[in-house]
Design a protein around this ligand. Structure first.
Ligand SMILES: NC(=O)c1ccc[n+]([C@@H]2O[C@H](COP(=O)([O-])OP(=O)(O)OC[C@H]3O[C@@H](n4cnc5c(N)ncnc54)[C@H](O)[C@@H]3O)[C@@H](O)[C@H]2O)c1
Length: 261
């Protein structure tokens, strides 16, 4: 008799290994803990090694498997080394979440070139280098899933405040996702992105301290509020799992309707 189809099985990641960048807090932490709770072994990486260790320990305490690595994604050599170590530790890497990111809200006329290059390295070049390095293992295995963390600001020009480095890199991540999906699709590696709205994390702490800005954001959002980090988990798991087995090159907005209006 044919086995009964159970859609929830498609969300399980038992036997898989995952690497998440910037996993010491916020969306990266939620990505790491979610993938682990679905059964994946997780390389929890962050520039803040102590924060990465706290998240890895949280996963182990919950019965999962995780190893922490200190990784500054602006350092290409370090990405190569950590991918090697994570692959050696787990014997495979099936899932990569390119999550680490930064922002600088500065008017363009005052935006230093140094800051531009820093944002480019952290938000965009890091995703290219990590995908290339992990992608080689995925292509050799004939299977893999990459999720890039873009933003609603990668799908629009912002409008509420100046942040040209962020808008540029998050937009580039969208087309990076599409390009790589096209290149690797026939070889079993799927590449997708998420585009979250404003999420209650450290990244938006300053913004959230500005009552006028919070009101502007809430008024501009059909659902009228910021997202909680936990509300990003389902989209990440979907794109990292077999539940999305026919989905590649897609940008999933998790935005309370921001991009719809
Ligand atoms: N919070 C939001 O509103 C929002 C919205 C859309 C997209 N995003 C994106 O989500 C991602 C995660 O942001 P968050 O909101 O969770 O922020 P966060 O500040 O809570 O977490 C970012 C994590 O990345 C780490 N990090 C910073 N620079 C790094 C580097 N060079 N190398 C490695 N790790 C580094 C930090 O130590 C921190 O643990 C970013 O790419 C961000 O652009 C955030």
């Amino acid at each position: 008799m044919a086995e009964r189809f159970n859609v929830f099985d498609l969300f399980r990641l038992d036997g898989d290994a995952a690497m998440v960048t910037g996993a010491g807090s916020g969306i990266g932490r939620i990505a790491a803990t979610t993938l682990a709770s679905a059964g994946a072994k997780v390389a929890v990486t962050d520039i803040d090694g102590e924060a990465a260790e706290v998240v890895a320990e949280e996963i182990r305490q919950a019965g999962g498997e995780a190893t922490a690595f200190t990784l500054d994604v602006a350092d290409e050599t370090a990405i190569v080394a950590v991918v090697d170590k994570a692959h050696a530790a787990f014997g495979r890497i099936d899932i990569l979440v390119n999550n680490a990111g930064m922002t600088r809200r500065i008017p363009t006329e005052d935006f230093p070139s140094e800051t531009w290059h820093e944002i480019l390295a952290v938000n965009l070049t890091s995703a290219f280098v990590a995908s290339r390095e992990v992608g080689r293992h995925m292509l050799a295995a004939g299977e893999g899933r990459i999720v890039n963390v873009s933003s609603i600001m990668g799908m629009s020009g912002g409008g509420l405040f100046p942040s040209i480095g962020y808008y540029s890199t998050k937009g580039a991540l969208v087309n990076f996702t599409r390009g790589l999906a096209g290149e690797w699709g026939a070889r079993g590696v799927r590449v997708n992105a998420i585009a979250p709205t404003f999420v209650r994390t450290k990244l938006t702490e300053n913004l959230r301290g500005n009552r006028e800005m919070v009101e502007k954001i809430e008024n501009r959002t059909p659902m009228g509020r910021f997202a909680e980090p936990e509300e990003i988990a389902g989209g990440i798991l979907y794109l990292c799992s077999r539940a999305s087995s026919m989905v590649t090159g897609h940008v999933l907005a998790i935005d309370g309707g921001w991009l719809a209006v």
